[in-house]
Write a protein that binds this ligand. Sequence first.
Ligand SMILES: Nc1nc2c(ncn2[C@@H]2O[C@H](COP(=O)(O)OP(=O)(O)OP(=O)(O)O)[C@@H](O)[C@H]2O)c(=O)[nH]1
Length: 599
Amino acid sequence: MTDLAHIRNFSIVAHIDHGKSTLADRLIQSTGTVQDRDMKEQMLDAMDIERERGITIKANTVRIDYTAQNGEKYVLNLIDTPGHVDFAYEVSRSMRAVEGSLLVVDSTQGVEAQTLANVYQAIDAGHELVPILNKIDLPASECDRVAEQIEDVIGIDASGAIRVSAKTGVGIPETLEAIVHHLPPPRGDERAPLKAMLVDSWYDAYLGVVVLVRIMDGRMRRGDRIRMIQTGATYNVERIGVFRPQMEKVESLGPGEIGFITASIKQVRDTKVGDTITHEKRPCEKPLPGFKPSVPVVFCGLFPVDSAEFEDLRDAIEKLALNDASFSYEMETSAALGFGFRCGFLGLLHLEVIRDRIEREYDIELITTAPSVVYHLFMKDGTRRDLHNPADMPDLTYVDHIEEPRIKATILVPDDYLGDVLKLCQDRRGIQLDLTYAGSRAMVVYDLPLNEVVFDFYDRLKSVTKGYASFDYHLEGYREDNLVKMQVLVNDEPVDALSMMVHRDRAETRGRAMCEKLKDLIPRHMFKIPIQAAIGGKVIARETLSALRKDVTAKCYGGDATRKKKLLEKQKAGKKKMRQFGKVDIPQEAFISALKMDS
Ligand SMILES: Nc1nc2c(ncn2[C@@H]2O[C@H](COP(=O)(O)OP(=O)(O)OP(=O)(O)O)[C@@H](O)[C@H]2O)c(=O)[nH]1
């Protein structure tokens, strides 16, 4: 049992790749929490896919025992938070469970958009901050300049920022001392009724649902009968423990402590992140202030390339959803693509991660339809409908007006690329809200329609700035605009997977670009194929793919049998990845490529 004065709970906030996970690893290692021989790179990134992509998705936790230089023994609880914009919500909830943050800034790069977004969340949560300048082993490190920038842009004192190399271990002892001396201990009353925060929950193949808790008041023990205040459900605490980082059982958890429980909870969906847990017999009077639930903002259809794999896909999606309450799905049928699922995600990265996992872990080849945002349709009869799929768009005569989600985007970019960034935002119907300078970097704030950002905005931003820009956004709300549904017809058949909502003024350009692209992407057939873009019944763009009769082996005048065989095999493999639309085969890549914009 540790008294409150000897507990420190903290998180690490940083822009992606500034070294958060490496620093966490070093803290764990240098305190002997994990023996050197057990140390894997990036201890806290549990999933393989995270390790491969080098991004942290699920918030993880570790309890570290630390004997400070004054001889006192402390318990340090680190909650690792994801750095990417799509997971901003997970950042905010784990911040409410701790009292302080290490603010890590790469001293070769400086403050970036996600540094700002995350640090403001920490400040909102009332955190004390310890600024850290990382990567000082690199020759490009510029600690003084970056410290000054932290003061200018974030407005906190960075004169005492700790200079660290998470790679070599320089500055790690100073960091541990700063955690103990600069971050406040938690507060709480052991004798008060139990009040605990449900910080996170996930599904474990052996243990079932595991719940991460932070005790505010009271004490939770194995065998206790607990109640989740929001859902009203009651459970018996079966296991209780802490992460070191592997699970270790303890008898109980008291105020200020962070640990896990299991309680025969069936699904992750039965737990609400941010809920208050209390004792059934002696409940606390007031629950903790609630959290916003995370709502999916980007939707797309996932269809198996091979329709025989539909049941496998269902199985994969159900399993993934067990562990990810922010991922939603429902069955969808498409005339062109057959049976599949309409899925909702927190953002594009979230979408990519889920799609990759289905393809890789479950070995199912997928067709992904155009990502779409949720539109609000205000009908003439006074009702409101949410449109998740452009294919479901009702006839315009029933619709009074349409509102689309808008975001506030913050972009930090070196001066040299500012012009290109402004042009990109302008092309995407952006409205500039602010433009300021911090040293040789500009910070621009734009109001942008989310639908212009969901598909390839990151890619475009990265390519026009050679990777030097950083980007962060949050949803601002809904606004009316002149939006229409654009359909694509191939050989006079509508391809619903390519339907999209577009702004009326941009429909023609988009339609023309789409038809031109499809003309290149669809292989020639033995007949002429018209490719059209249309709004309602009106064709706004058209291309024609000329007919061609071609025998792929014709080139190999008899002679080389192996080459002939190879070509035929290649053709067969190509066939597998095609979908038939009426009489036309469309290769899978065409869907994704056709939807990318080149503006
Ligand atoms: N030279 C040097 N490289 C470092 C240091 N700290 C981290 N790195 C490298 O920087 C890269 C990013 O580090 P991570 O720890 O994965 O960054 P992160 O902030 O956790 O990134 P996400 O988990 O994706 O948010 C990795 O290649 C690290 O090896 C350092 O002090 N010096």
